[in-house]
Design a protein around this ligand. Structure first.
Ligand code: FES
Length: 559
Protein backbone atom coordinates (compact mmCIF):
# COMPACT_ATOMS: atom_id res chain seq x y z
CA UNK A 1 0.00 0.00 0.00
CA UNK A 2 1.35 3.43 -0.91
CA UNK A 3 1.50 5.71 2.12
CA UNK A 4 -0.18 8.83 0.78
CA UNK A 5 0.69 10.84 3.87
CA UNK A 6 4.41 10.33 3.35
CA UNK A 7 4.21 11.27 -0.32
CA UNK A 8 2.20 14.36 0.53
CA UNK A 9 4.66 15.35 3.25
CA UNK A 10 7.82 14.71 1.21
CA UNK A 11 6.53 16.48 -1.90
CA UNK A 12 5.13 19.31 0.22
CA UNK A 13 8.51 19.86 1.88
CA UNK A 14 10.24 20.05 -1.52
CA UNK A 15 7.66 22.58 -2.72
CA UNK A 16 7.95 24.60 0.49
CA UNK A 17 11.71 24.79 -0.02
CA UNK A 18 11.13 25.94 -3.60
CA UNK A 19 8.75 28.66 -2.39
CA UNK A 20 11.18 29.91 0.25
CA UNK A 21 14.02 30.20 -2.30
CA UNK A 22 11.74 31.73 -4.95
CA UNK A 23 10.18 34.27 -2.60
CA UNK A 24 13.55 34.98 -1.03
CA UNK A 25 14.77 35.82 -4.52
CA UNK A 26 11.82 38.24 -4.97
CA UNK A 27 12.67 39.88 -1.66
CA UNK A 28 16.07 40.88 -3.04
CA UNK A 29 14.14 43.46 -5.07
CA UNK A 30 14.22 45.55 -1.88
CA UNK A 31 17.91 45.99 -2.65
CA UNK A 32 17.80 46.29 -6.45
CA UNK A 33 16.78 44.45 -9.61
CA UNK A 34 20.46 43.65 -10.09
CA UNK A 35 20.44 41.88 -6.70
CA UNK A 36 17.37 39.91 -7.81
CA UNK A 37 19.22 38.84 -10.95
CA UNK A 38 22.27 37.84 -8.94
CA UNK A 39 20.03 35.76 -6.67
CA UNK A 40 18.33 34.23 -9.71
CA UNK A 41 21.58 32.72 -10.97
CA UNK A 42 21.77 30.69 -7.72
CA UNK A 43 18.09 29.90 -7.90
CA UNK A 44 18.46 28.65 -11.49
CA UNK A 45 21.55 26.62 -10.57
CA UNK A 46 19.51 24.81 -7.92
CA UNK A 47 16.12 24.34 -9.57
CA UNK A 48 17.12 24.14 -13.27
CA UNK A 49 19.69 21.42 -12.62
CA UNK A 50 18.61 17.89 -13.42
CA UNK A 51 18.14 16.85 -9.79
CA UNK A 52 16.39 20.13 -9.03
CA UNK A 53 14.08 19.82 -12.04
CA UNK A 54 13.16 16.22 -11.22
CA UNK A 55 12.61 17.05 -7.54
CA UNK A 56 10.49 20.13 -8.29
CA UNK A 57 8.27 18.79 -11.06
CA UNK A 58 8.11 15.34 -9.46
CA UNK A 59 6.95 16.95 -6.21
CA UNK A 60 4.45 19.15 -8.06
CA UNK A 61 2.93 16.19 -9.89
CA UNK A 62 2.95 13.94 -6.81
CA UNK A 63 1.39 16.60 -4.59
CA UNK A 64 -1.38 17.29 -7.07
CA UNK A 65 -2.13 13.61 -7.71
CA UNK A 66 -2.11 12.82 -3.98
CA UNK A 67 -4.58 15.68 -3.41
CA UNK A 68 -6.87 14.23 -6.08
CA UNK A 69 -6.61 10.74 -4.58
CA UNK A 70 -7.41 12.11 -1.10
CA UNK A 71 -10.33 14.04 -2.56
CA UNK A 72 -11.61 10.93 -4.30
CA UNK A 73 -11.33 8.83 -1.16
CA UNK A 74 -13.17 11.28 1.06
CA UNK A 75 -16.60 9.84 1.64
CA UNK A 76 -17.89 13.29 2.54
CA UNK A 77 -16.95 16.83 1.67
CA UNK A 78 -18.11 17.96 5.10
CA UNK A 79 -14.92 19.09 6.87
CA UNK A 80 -13.59 21.87 9.12
CA UNK A 81 -12.92 25.21 7.42
CA UNK A 82 -9.12 24.91 7.68
CA UNK A 83 -9.16 21.53 5.90
CA UNK A 84 -11.48 22.93 3.24
CA UNK A 85 -9.12 25.90 2.80
CA UNK A 86 -6.22 23.50 2.36
CA UNK A 87 -8.07 21.65 -0.42
CA UNK A 88 -9.27 24.80 -2.17
CA UNK A 89 -5.86 26.46 -2.07
CA UNK A 90 -4.14 23.29 -3.24
CA UNK A 91 -6.43 22.75 -6.21
CA UNK A 92 -6.56 26.42 -7.24
CA UNK A 93 -2.79 26.82 -7.22
CA UNK A 94 -1.90 24.87 -10.36
CA UNK A 95 -4.55 26.80 -12.28
CA UNK A 96 -3.17 30.12 -11.10
CA UNK A 97 0.43 29.18 -11.75
CA UNK A 98 0.22 27.39 -15.06
CA UNK A 99 0.46 30.54 -17.20
CA UNK A 100 3.48 31.75 -15.18
CA UNK A 101 5.27 28.43 -15.57
CA UNK A 102 4.49 28.28 -19.29
CA UNK A 103 5.67 31.85 -19.88
CA UNK A 104 8.94 31.39 -17.96
CA UNK A 105 10.06 27.76 -17.95
CA UNK A 106 8.40 26.52 -21.15
CA UNK A 107 9.13 29.82 -22.90
CA UNK A 108 12.80 29.41 -22.05
CA UNK A 109 12.78 25.84 -23.40
CA UNK A 110 11.22 26.97 -26.71
CA UNK A 111 13.09 30.23 -27.33
CA UNK A 112 16.27 29.90 -25.32
CA UNK A 113 15.42 33.32 -23.81
CA UNK A 114 15.82 33.34 -20.06
CA UNK A 115 13.01 34.71 -17.94
CA UNK A 116 15.08 37.53 -16.43
CA UNK A 117 13.72 39.71 -13.66
CA UNK A 118 13.80 43.04 -15.58
CA UNK A 119 11.57 41.76 -18.41
CA UNK A 120 9.28 39.66 -16.20
CA UNK A 121 8.84 42.55 -13.74
CA UNK A 122 8.13 44.96 -16.57
CA UNK A 123 5.53 42.58 -17.98
CA UNK A 124 3.79 42.00 -14.60
CA UNK A 125 4.16 45.45 -13.03
CA UNK A 126 3.88 47.80 -16.02
CA UNK A 127 2.51 46.09 -19.14
CA UNK A 128 -0.10 43.77 -17.58
CA UNK A 129 -0.67 44.69 -13.90
CA UNK A 130 -3.78 42.51 -13.65
CA UNK A 131 -1.65 39.48 -14.44
CA UNK A 132 0.83 40.76 -11.86
CA UNK A 133 -1.99 40.96 -9.30
CA UNK A 134 -2.99 37.40 -10.17
CA UNK A 135 0.57 36.25 -9.57
CA UNK A 136 0.66 38.10 -6.25
CA UNK A 137 -2.55 36.29 -5.28
CA UNK A 138 -0.99 33.00 -6.36
CA UNK A 139 2.02 33.78 -4.17
CA UNK A 140 -0.21 34.32 -1.13
CA UNK A 141 -2.27 31.20 -1.83
CA UNK A 142 0.82 29.06 -2.36
CA UNK A 143 2.36 30.32 0.87
CA UNK A 144 -0.91 29.96 2.81
CA UNK A 145 -1.28 26.40 1.55
CA UNK A 146 2.30 25.56 2.54
CA UNK A 147 1.94 27.11 6.00
CA UNK A 148 -1.34 25.29 6.67
CA UNK A 149 0.21 21.97 5.63
CA UNK A 150 3.27 22.53 7.81
CA UNK A 151 1.05 23.58 10.71
CA UNK A 152 -1.01 20.37 10.44
CA UNK A 153 2.25 18.44 10.45
CA UNK A 154 4.08 20.25 13.24
CA UNK A 155 1.44 21.32 15.71
CA UNK A 156 1.17 17.93 17.44
CA UNK A 157 4.94 17.77 18.00
CA UNK A 158 6.26 18.47 21.49
CA UNK A 159 8.71 21.13 20.29
CA UNK A 160 6.06 23.06 18.34
CA UNK A 161 5.07 25.28 21.25
CA UNK A 162 8.64 26.50 21.61
CA UNK A 163 9.18 26.98 17.89
CA UNK A 164 5.74 28.47 17.12
CA UNK A 165 6.57 32.19 17.63
CA UNK A 166 9.63 31.94 15.38
CA UNK A 167 7.75 29.96 12.75
CA UNK A 168 4.90 32.46 12.82
CA UNK A 169 7.30 35.38 12.36
CA UNK A 170 8.97 33.55 9.47
CA UNK A 171 5.61 32.69 7.88
CA UNK A 172 4.60 36.35 8.04
CA UNK A 173 7.89 37.84 6.84
CA UNK A 174 8.43 35.66 3.77
CA UNK A 175 5.40 36.79 1.69
CA UNK A 176 5.58 40.37 2.97
CA UNK A 177 9.23 40.75 1.96
CA UNK A 178 8.63 38.92 -1.34
CA UNK A 179 5.75 41.24 -2.31
CA UNK A 180 7.64 44.33 -1.21
CA UNK A 181 10.65 43.19 -3.25
CA UNK A 182 8.39 42.52 -6.24
CA UNK A 183 6.83 46.01 -5.98
CA UNK A 184 10.16 47.75 -5.46
CA UNK A 185 11.68 45.88 -8.42
CA UNK A 186 8.59 46.76 -10.52
CA UNK A 187 9.00 50.45 -9.72
CA UNK A 188 12.67 50.27 -10.65
CA UNK A 189 12.06 48.71 -14.09
CA UNK A 190 9.11 51.06 -14.69
CA UNK A 191 11.40 54.03 -14.13
CA UNK A 192 14.11 52.51 -16.32
CA UNK A 193 11.63 51.62 -19.07
CA UNK A 194 12.90 48.11 -19.62
CA UNK A 195 11.11 46.45 -22.50
CA UNK A 196 10.96 42.79 -23.36
CA UNK A 197 11.72 42.10 -27.05
CA UNK A 198 8.48 41.12 -28.79
CA UNK A 199 7.87 37.38 -28.89
CA UNK A 200 7.80 35.59 -32.25
CA UNK A 201 4.02 35.28 -33.01
CA UNK A 202 4.43 31.57 -33.80
CA UNK A 203 6.08 30.96 -30.40
CA UNK A 204 3.47 33.11 -28.66
CA UNK A 205 0.71 31.01 -30.27
CA UNK A 206 2.46 27.82 -29.29
CA UNK A 207 2.77 29.01 -25.66
CA UNK A 208 -0.90 29.99 -25.63
CA UNK A 209 -1.87 26.54 -26.90
CA UNK A 210 0.27 24.82 -24.27
CA UNK A 211 -1.23 27.06 -21.61
CA UNK A 212 -4.75 26.21 -22.75
CA UNK A 213 -4.00 22.48 -22.96
CA UNK A 214 -2.46 22.37 -19.48
CA UNK A 215 -5.23 24.44 -17.91
CA UNK A 216 -7.91 22.31 -19.57
CA UNK A 217 -6.12 19.14 -18.51
CA UNK A 218 -5.91 20.28 -14.87
CA UNK A 219 -9.56 21.33 -14.80
CA UNK A 220 -10.50 18.05 -16.47
CA UNK A 221 -8.63 16.04 -13.80
CA UNK A 222 -10.33 17.92 -10.96
CA UNK A 223 -13.78 17.57 -12.55
CA UNK A 224 -13.18 13.87 -13.28
CA UNK A 225 -12.10 13.25 -9.68
CA UNK A 226 -15.17 15.01 -8.30
CA UNK A 227 -17.39 13.10 -10.70
CA UNK A 228 -15.78 9.77 -9.77
CA UNK A 229 -16.17 10.38 -6.05
CA UNK A 230 -19.75 11.55 -6.59
CA UNK A 231 -20.49 8.32 -8.47
CA UNK A 232 -18.83 6.21 -5.78
CA UNK A 233 -20.70 8.03 -3.00
CA UNK A 234 -23.96 7.55 -4.85
CA UNK A 235 -23.34 3.81 -5.12
CA UNK A 236 -22.15 3.63 -1.51
CA UNK A 237 -25.37 5.19 -0.27
CA UNK A 238 -27.07 1.86 -0.84
CA UNK A 239 -24.91 0.38 1.96
CA UNK A 240 -25.34 2.25 5.18
CA UNK A 241 -23.73 1.82 8.57
CA UNK A 242 -25.14 2.76 11.98
CA UNK A 243 -22.68 4.21 14.47
CA UNK A 244 -24.04 4.27 18.04
CA UNK A 245 -22.68 6.66 20.66
CA UNK A 246 -23.24 6.94 24.40
CA UNK A 247 -26.48 8.55 25.55
CA UNK A 248 -28.37 6.74 22.80
CA UNK A 249 -27.21 8.88 19.90
CA UNK A 250 -27.14 7.01 16.57
CA UNK A 251 -25.72 8.31 13.30
CA UNK A 252 -26.41 6.49 10.03
CA UNK A 253 -23.85 7.09 7.30
CA UNK A 254 -22.91 5.46 3.98
CA UNK A 255 -20.30 2.71 4.25
CA UNK A 256 -16.88 4.22 3.76
CA UNK A 257 -17.31 7.08 6.21
CA UNK A 258 -14.83 7.10 9.06
CA UNK A 259 -16.21 7.17 12.59
CA UNK A 260 -14.91 10.75 12.91
CA UNK A 261 -16.76 11.72 9.74
CA UNK A 262 -19.87 10.03 11.15
CA UNK A 263 -19.51 12.16 14.29
CA UNK A 264 -19.20 15.31 12.19
CA UNK A 265 -22.12 14.20 10.05
CA UNK A 266 -24.24 13.78 13.19
CA UNK A 267 -22.87 17.02 14.70
CA UNK A 268 -21.50 15.07 17.64
CA UNK A 269 -18.51 16.87 19.22
CA UNK A 270 -15.41 14.75 18.71
CA UNK A 271 -11.80 15.68 19.42
CA UNK A 272 -9.45 15.63 16.46
CA UNK A 273 -6.40 17.72 17.28
CA UNK A 274 -4.40 16.68 14.20
CA UNK A 275 -7.35 17.21 11.87
CA UNK A 276 -7.95 13.52 11.15
CA UNK A 277 -4.42 12.72 10.03
CA UNK A 278 -4.05 9.74 12.38
CA UNK A 279 -1.22 11.31 14.32
CA UNK A 280 -2.59 12.73 17.59
CA UNK A 281 -4.85 9.90 18.87
CA UNK A 282 -7.26 12.42 20.42
CA UNK A 283 -10.13 11.05 18.34
CA UNK A 284 -9.74 7.52 19.67
CA UNK A 285 -12.80 5.50 20.55
CA UNK A 286 -13.46 2.34 22.46
CA UNK A 287 -15.59 -0.07 20.45
CA UNK A 288 -18.32 -1.39 22.69
CA UNK A 289 -20.21 -3.44 20.09
CA UNK A 290 -19.41 -4.80 16.63
CA UNK A 291 -15.68 -5.20 17.30
CA UNK A 292 -15.45 -8.53 15.46
CA UNK A 293 -16.52 -7.01 12.15
CA UNK A 294 -14.36 -3.89 12.05
CA UNK A 295 -11.58 -3.80 9.45
CA UNK A 296 -8.07 -4.16 10.93
CA UNK A 297 -6.00 -0.99 11.40
CA UNK A 298 -3.60 0.08 8.64
CA UNK A 299 0.11 0.61 9.24
CA UNK A 300 -0.19 4.31 10.10
CA UNK A 301 -3.02 3.69 12.59
CA UNK A 302 -1.17 0.76 14.14
CA UNK A 303 1.86 2.97 14.65
CA UNK A 304 -0.15 5.62 16.51
CA UNK A 305 -2.07 3.06 18.57
CA UNK A 306 1.20 1.40 19.59
CA UNK A 307 2.54 4.72 20.87
CA UNK A 308 0.19 4.63 23.84
CA UNK A 309 -0.22 0.85 24.10
CA UNK A 310 -3.90 0.86 23.11
CA UNK A 311 -5.98 -2.20 23.90
CA UNK A 312 -7.52 -4.26 21.08
CA UNK A 313 -10.88 -2.51 21.44
CA UNK A 314 -9.43 1.00 20.98
CA UNK A 315 -9.26 2.52 17.49
CA UNK A 316 -8.67 5.90 15.89
CA UNK A 317 -12.03 7.32 14.83
CA UNK A 318 -10.45 9.21 11.93
CA UNK A 319 -8.95 6.03 10.46
CA UNK A 320 -11.64 3.46 11.22
CA UNK A 321 -14.09 3.07 8.33
CA UNK A 322 -16.64 0.53 9.55
CA UNK A 323 -18.36 -1.74 7.06
CA UNK A 324 -21.11 -2.79 9.47
CA UNK A 325 -22.96 -1.40 12.48
CA UNK A 326 -20.94 -0.68 15.60
CA UNK A 327 -21.09 1.19 18.90
CA UNK A 328 -18.31 3.44 20.10
CA UNK A 329 -17.42 5.56 23.10
CA UNK A 330 -15.00 8.44 22.47
CA UNK A 331 -12.18 8.03 25.00
CA UNK A 332 -11.13 11.64 25.49
CA UNK A 333 -14.38 13.05 26.76
CA UNK A 334 -15.66 13.77 30.20
CA UNK A 335 -19.36 13.05 30.40
CA UNK A 336 -20.54 11.00 27.46
CA UNK A 337 -20.02 12.96 24.25
CA UNK A 338 -19.66 16.39 25.82
CA UNK A 339 -16.71 18.37 24.39
CA UNK A 340 -13.63 18.01 26.55
CA UNK A 341 -12.03 21.39 26.22
CA UNK A 342 -13.55 24.70 27.13
CA UNK A 343 -13.02 28.25 26.00
CA UNK A 344 -12.21 27.33 22.42
CA UNK A 345 -8.87 25.85 23.52
CA UNK A 346 -8.57 22.68 21.48
CA UNK A 347 -5.63 21.49 23.56
CA UNK A 348 -2.45 20.03 22.26
CA UNK A 349 -0.71 16.75 22.62
CA UNK A 350 2.71 16.73 24.17
CA UNK A 351 4.90 14.35 26.07
CA UNK A 352 4.86 15.12 29.78
CA UNK A 353 5.95 13.56 33.07
CA UNK A 354 3.23 13.02 35.66
CA UNK A 355 3.54 12.78 39.43
CA UNK A 356 0.76 11.40 41.60
CA UNK A 357 1.08 11.40 45.37
CA UNK A 358 -1.20 10.35 48.14
CA UNK A 359 -1.01 10.60 51.91
CA UNK A 360 -1.54 7.03 53.13
CA UNK A 361 -3.98 6.28 55.90
CA UNK A 362 -4.95 9.91 56.23
CA UNK A 363 -8.70 9.26 56.33
CA UNK A 364 -8.27 6.93 59.28
CA UNK A 365 -5.94 9.38 60.96
CA UNK A 366 -8.34 12.30 60.52
CA UNK A 367 -11.23 10.38 62.13
CA UNK A 368 -9.59 10.69 65.53
CA UNK A 369 -8.73 14.41 65.18
CA UNK A 370 -10.46 17.70 65.51
CA UNK A 371 -11.38 19.23 62.13
CA UNK A 372 -9.00 22.13 62.81
CA UNK A 373 -6.08 19.71 63.25
CA UNK A 374 -6.99 17.94 60.04
CA UNK A 375 -7.10 21.18 58.05
CA UNK A 376 -3.79 22.31 59.56
CA UNK A 377 -2.09 19.03 58.67
CA UNK A 378 -3.51 18.95 55.16
CA UNK A 379 -2.40 22.51 54.50
CA UNK A 380 1.15 21.73 55.66
CA UNK A 381 1.15 18.72 53.36
CA UNK A 382 -0.26 20.71 50.42
CA UNK A 383 2.33 23.40 51.01
CA UNK A 384 5.29 21.05 50.94
CA UNK A 385 3.98 19.27 47.83
CA UNK A 386 3.34 22.58 46.06
CA UNK A 387 6.77 23.96 46.98
CA UNK A 388 8.55 20.79 45.88
CA UNK A 389 6.75 20.77 42.52
CA UNK A 390 7.20 24.46 41.81
CA UNK A 391 10.85 24.44 42.89
CA UNK A 392 11.47 21.99 40.06
CA UNK A 393 9.48 23.97 37.50
CA UNK A 394 6.42 21.66 37.53
CA UNK A 395 2.75 22.61 37.35
CA UNK A 396 0.59 21.62 40.30
CA UNK A 397 -2.54 20.47 38.51
CA UNK A 398 -4.87 19.69 41.37
CA UNK A 399 -5.32 18.35 44.89
CA UNK A 400 -7.78 15.51 45.09
CA UNK A 401 -8.67 14.87 48.73
CA UNK A 402 -5.31 14.02 50.30
CA UNK A 403 -3.75 13.30 46.91
CA UNK A 404 -2.10 15.56 44.37
CA UNK A 405 -1.39 15.51 40.67
CA UNK A 406 1.56 17.45 39.21
CA UNK A 407 2.65 17.84 35.60
CA UNK A 408 6.17 18.40 34.30
CA UNK A 409 7.24 19.25 30.78
CA UNK A 410 4.57 21.75 29.74
CA UNK A 411 7.34 23.79 28.15
CA UNK A 412 10.42 21.60 28.60
CA UNK A 413 11.56 18.53 26.71
CA UNK A 414 10.65 15.24 28.36
CA UNK A 415 14.28 14.49 29.23
CA UNK A 416 14.33 17.59 31.46
CA UNK A 417 10.80 17.07 32.76
CA UNK A 418 11.44 13.48 33.87
CA UNK A 419 14.41 14.57 35.98
CA UNK A 420 12.39 17.44 37.48
CA UNK A 421 9.56 15.09 38.41
CA UNK A 422 11.96 12.65 40.07
CA UNK A 423 13.63 15.37 42.12
CA UNK A 424 10.23 16.76 43.15
CA UNK A 425 9.17 13.29 44.35
CA UNK A 426 12.36 12.98 46.37
CA UNK A 427 11.77 16.42 47.89
CA UNK A 428 8.18 15.50 48.83
CA UNK A 429 9.38 12.31 50.52
CA UNK A 430 11.98 14.27 52.48
CA UNK A 431 9.39 16.91 53.38
CA UNK A 432 6.97 14.28 54.67
CA UNK A 433 9.71 12.72 56.81
CA UNK A 434 10.62 16.12 58.25
CA UNK A 435 6.97 16.97 58.92
CA UNK A 436 6.53 13.68 60.76
CA UNK A 437 9.55 14.42 62.87
CA UNK A 438 8.40 17.96 63.63
CA UNK A 439 4.93 16.91 64.71
CA UNK A 440 6.30 13.88 66.53
CA UNK A 441 3.89 12.45 69.10
CA UNK A 442 1.04 14.66 67.86
CA UNK A 443 0.61 12.31 64.95
CA UNK A 444 0.62 9.03 66.77
CA UNK A 445 2.32 7.41 63.79
CA UNK A 446 4.63 8.83 61.10
CA UNK A 447 3.02 10.19 57.96
CA UNK A 448 3.41 7.91 54.96
CA UNK A 449 3.32 8.78 51.32
CA UNK A 450 2.73 6.78 48.11
CA UNK A 451 3.86 8.34 44.83
CA UNK A 452 4.13 7.37 41.20
CA UNK A 453 5.95 8.82 38.21
CA UNK A 454 5.04 8.08 34.64
CA UNK A 455 5.56 9.84 31.29
CA UNK A 456 4.08 9.81 27.83
CA UNK A 457 1.76 11.70 25.51
CA UNK A 458 -1.19 13.55 27.04
CA UNK A 459 -3.63 16.17 25.90
CA UNK A 460 -2.83 19.41 27.67
CA UNK A 461 -5.28 22.27 27.64
CA UNK A 462 -7.56 24.54 29.60
CA UNK A 463 -10.54 22.45 30.64
CA UNK A 464 -13.54 22.96 32.76
CA UNK A 465 -16.33 25.48 32.81
CA UNK A 466 -16.24 29.22 33.31
CA UNK A 467 -14.26 30.35 36.36
CA UNK A 468 -13.34 26.79 37.26
CA UNK A 469 -11.42 26.21 34.00
CA UNK A 470 -7.82 25.24 34.67
CA UNK A 471 -4.80 24.06 32.76
CA UNK A 472 -4.75 20.31 33.09
CA UNK A 473 -3.93 17.13 31.20
CA UNK A 474 -5.91 14.07 30.24
CA UNK A 475 -5.20 10.80 28.55
CA UNK A 476 -3.89 7.31 29.12
CA UNK A 477 -0.61 8.55 30.60
CA UNK A 478 -2.52 10.23 33.44
CA UNK A 479 -4.71 7.18 34.01
CA UNK A 480 -1.68 4.90 34.03
CA UNK A 481 0.19 7.15 36.48
CA UNK A 482 -2.81 7.02 38.81
CA UNK A 483 -2.78 3.23 38.59
CA UNK A 484 0.96 3.19 39.41
CA UNK A 485 0.29 5.22 42.55
CA UNK A 486 -2.08 2.44 43.64
CA UNK A 487 0.71 -0.02 42.90
CA UNK A 488 3.06 1.94 45.19
CA UNK A 489 0.61 1.28 48.04
CA UNK A 490 0.38 -2.39 47.11
CA UNK A 491 4.19 -2.66 47.21
CA UNK A 492 4.25 -0.64 50.45
CA UNK A 493 6.74 1.66 48.72
CA UNK A 494 7.13 5.43 48.70
CA UNK A 495 7.65 5.68 44.98
CA UNK A 496 7.01 3.69 41.83
CA UNK A 497 8.87 5.03 38.79
CA UNK A 498 8.01 3.81 35.30
CA UNK A 499 11.05 2.79 33.26
CA UNK A 500 9.99 5.44 30.72
CA UNK A 501 10.66 8.17 33.28
CA UNK A 502 13.89 6.56 34.47
CA UNK A 503 15.20 6.17 30.92
CA UNK A 504 14.25 9.67 29.81
CA UNK A 505 15.75 11.22 32.95
CA UNK A 506 18.89 9.13 32.63
CA UNK A 507 18.38 7.60 36.09
CA UNK A 508 20.26 4.53 37.20
CA UNK A 509 17.78 2.63 39.40
CA UNK A 510 19.27 -0.79 38.83
CA UNK A 511 19.59 -1.48 42.58
CA UNK A 512 15.81 -1.35 43.09
CA UNK A 513 13.25 -4.08 42.38
CA UNK A 514 11.72 -4.00 38.91
CA UNK A 515 8.11 -5.03 38.37
CA UNK A 516 5.49 -5.24 35.60
CA UNK A 517 2.14 -3.56 36.32
CA UNK A 518 -0.97 -4.45 34.32
CA UNK A 519 -3.13 -1.41 33.56
CA UNK A 520 -6.74 -1.73 32.46
CA UNK A 521 -7.24 -0.80 28.80
CA UNK A 522 -3.59 -1.33 27.89
CA UNK A 523 -2.39 -4.36 26.00
CA UNK A 524 1.09 -4.32 27.47
CA UNK A 525 2.00 -3.98 31.18
CA UNK A 526 4.06 -1.02 32.38
CA UNK A 527 7.58 -1.73 33.59
CA UNK A 528 8.43 0.08 36.82
CA UNK A 529 11.14 0.47 39.43
CA UNK A 530 9.89 0.17 43.01
CA UNK A 531 11.60 2.46 45.54
CA UNK A 532 10.86 1.72 49.15
CA UNK A 533 12.29 5.11 50.09
CA UNK A 534 12.28 8.03 47.71
CA UNK A 535 13.82 10.82 49.74
CA UNK A 536 17.32 9.57 50.43
CA UNK A 537 16.67 7.86 53.78
CA UNK A 538 18.38 4.51 54.32
CA UNK A 539 16.34 1.58 53.07
CA UNK A 540 15.93 -1.55 55.17
CA UNK A 541 18.82 -3.26 53.44
CA UNK A 542 21.08 -0.33 54.19
CA UNK A 543 21.00 0.89 50.59
CA UNK A 544 20.35 4.59 50.17
CA UNK A 545 18.21 6.14 47.44
CA UNK A 546 20.69 8.99 47.31
CA UNK A 547 22.84 6.51 45.42
CA UNK A 548 20.59 7.08 42.42
CA UNK A 549 22.55 8.72 39.66
CA UNK A 550 20.44 11.78 38.98
CA UNK A 551 21.37 14.45 36.45
CA UNK A 552 21.39 17.94 37.90
CA UNK A 553 18.88 20.52 36.66
CA UNK A 554 21.10 22.93 34.83
CA UNK A 555 19.63 26.39 34.20
CA UNK A 556 20.39 25.98 30.53
CA UNK A 557 18.08 22.97 30.37
CA UNK A 558 15.07 25.16 31.02
CA UNK A 559 13.65 26.57 27.85
S1 FES B 1 -7.79 13.12 14.67
FE1 FES B 1 -5.72 12.91 15.21
S2 FES B 1 -5.52 10.74 15.20
FE2 FES B 1 -7.55 10.99 14.63
Amino acid sequence: LIDIRRIRLASGLVLALFLVTHFGNHALGLISVAAMEAGRTWFVRLWHSWPGTVALYGALAAHFVVALVALYRRPTLRMPLREAAQYIFGLALPLLLVSHVVATRVGHALTGLEARYPEVLYGLWVAAPMIGAKQALALLIAWGHACLGLWFWLRVRPSYRVAAPYLFAFALLVPVLALLGFAQGGEEVAAAGVLRPPLDPAVALQLAQINFALTSGLIGLIVATLAARGLRSWRARSTRVRVSYPQGRIVTVPAGYSVLEASRHGRIPHNSVCGGKGRCSTCRVRITAGLDAVPPPGAAEQHTLARFGAGPDVRLACQLRPTSDLAVTPVLTHAGIRPVLAGGDTGREREIAVLFCDLRGFTRMSESRLPFDTVFLLNRYFQLVGEAVEAEGGHLDKFIGDGALALFGLSEPLEVAAGQAFRAAAAIARGIAELSETLGDELGAPLRIAMSLHAGPAIVGVMGFGESSTLTAIGDTINAASRLEGAAKEFDAELVVSTVVADRAGLDLAGHPRRSIAVRGRAAPIEVWVMERAGGQPAQDGRSTTDVVLPLALPSQRL
